[in-house]
Design a protein around this ligand. Structure first.
Ligand SMILES: C[S@@+](CC[C@H](N)C(=O)[O-])C[C@H]1O[C@@H](n2cnc3c(N)ncnc32)[C@H](O)[C@@H]1O
Length: 283
């Protein structure tokens, strides 16, 4: 793919490396031995909220470019947040997912909706052979995946290599206030973006430097969690900075119950959809 040869480029790499170091720490959780299993299971349940609202709205935005005969490559499907609604709109999807439990949950979710046009590849994306996928797909997409790679520029390069028409990146925008409050309360540190999900602007800078004309759209969606799920959600972030043992878990529970008396915790969030054509065309 053609690139601009620029004398000056923004040095985003140092910031990316520092931010990623914090994001990729495994949380220290000792209050529940099944924490990670329950988190994966809860994730698979939650994506179905409002009939896959996040994935449906993303698919709606991508409908500007989608066609019924599209063959899609999705990297890091999770339990099918985007995969399930997208598979109803296109011919087929190859979904790369390296977590056994997420791949299994995706299989179950596909069966539940009687969808048979998704091939699940339970493999590490880093081990996929670029020559085998070169120019094979109408759309190459990843949703909430950017932090998973150490080299984001290489990811975008490899996505373009696999695409014959379009690429798309979807990423949540901002973190809800209550988790930031909890972080400050428990760690006595100021929240300075330690777990903001927005990695999209790195992608935007790189793509614009390459000369791509990137389309940007936003969507809103709702999260709903019960008390235990809300604690697990928060522990997943705060546990990167301190151990979450039974005593800390109880403090979280007490604070959440003081804050809200309802059984469910609802939050409105936003996400950004970036899509572009590797050949530099606008649409
Ligand atoms: C934050 S989740 C996002 C899942 C889903 N796309 C979504 O939008 O909700 C990231 C997913 O990427 C998967 N993943 C991370 N690194 C991967 C890799 N190198 N190869 C394949 N899958 C990977 C994780 O197992 C996880 O399911």
């Amino acid at each position: 793919m053609k690139r601009r040869n620029l004398k000056y480029r923004i040095n985003w790499q140092d910031t990316w490396n520092e931010m990623r170091k914090e994001r990729m720490i495994k949380p220290q959780i000792s209050y529940d031995a099944d924490f990670f299993k329950k988190t994966a299971q809860g994730f698979s349940m939650r994506i179905k909220f409002n009939d896959y609202e996040f994935g449906r709205k993303t698919t709606g935005i991508l409908s500007e470019i989608l066609a019924d005969n599209f063959e899609v490559l999705e990297i890091g499907t999770g339990p099918g947040t985007l995969t399930i609604p997208l598979s109803k709109r296109v011919k087929s999807i190859v979904g790369i997912e390296f977590s056994k439990i997420n791949a299994k949950n995706l299989k179950t979710n596909l069966e539940e909706d009687k969808l048979d046009n998704v091939e699940i590849v339970n493999k590490d994306w880093q081990e996929v052979d670029d020559d085998e996928i070169k120019g094979k797909f109408d759309l190459v997409v990843c949703s909430h995946f950017l932090w998973q790679v150490d080299d984001v520029e290489r990811l975008l390069e490899r996505m373009e290599n696999a695409s014959k028409k379009y690429c798309a990146v979807i990423q949540p925008c901002g973190r809800d206030e209550i988790v930031k409050e909890m972080f400050e309360r428990l760690t006595n540190k100021k929240y300075t973006g330690q777990f903001e999900p927005d990695a999209d602007y790195f992608a935007y800078v790189i793509l614009r430097e390459w000369g791509r004309l990137v389309n940007v759209r936003y969507l809103d969606y709702i999260h709903e969690r019960n008390l235990e799920e809300e604690i697990r959600y928060m522990a997943g972030f705060i546990g990167k900075f301190m151990e979450i043992d039974k005593a800390v878990k109880e403090m979280m529970e007490k604070y959440l119950l003081e804050k809200k008396e309802e059984a469910m915790y609802r939050e409105k969030s936003s996400a950004v959809v970036l899509w572009w054509s590797p050949d530099g065309r606008r649409g």
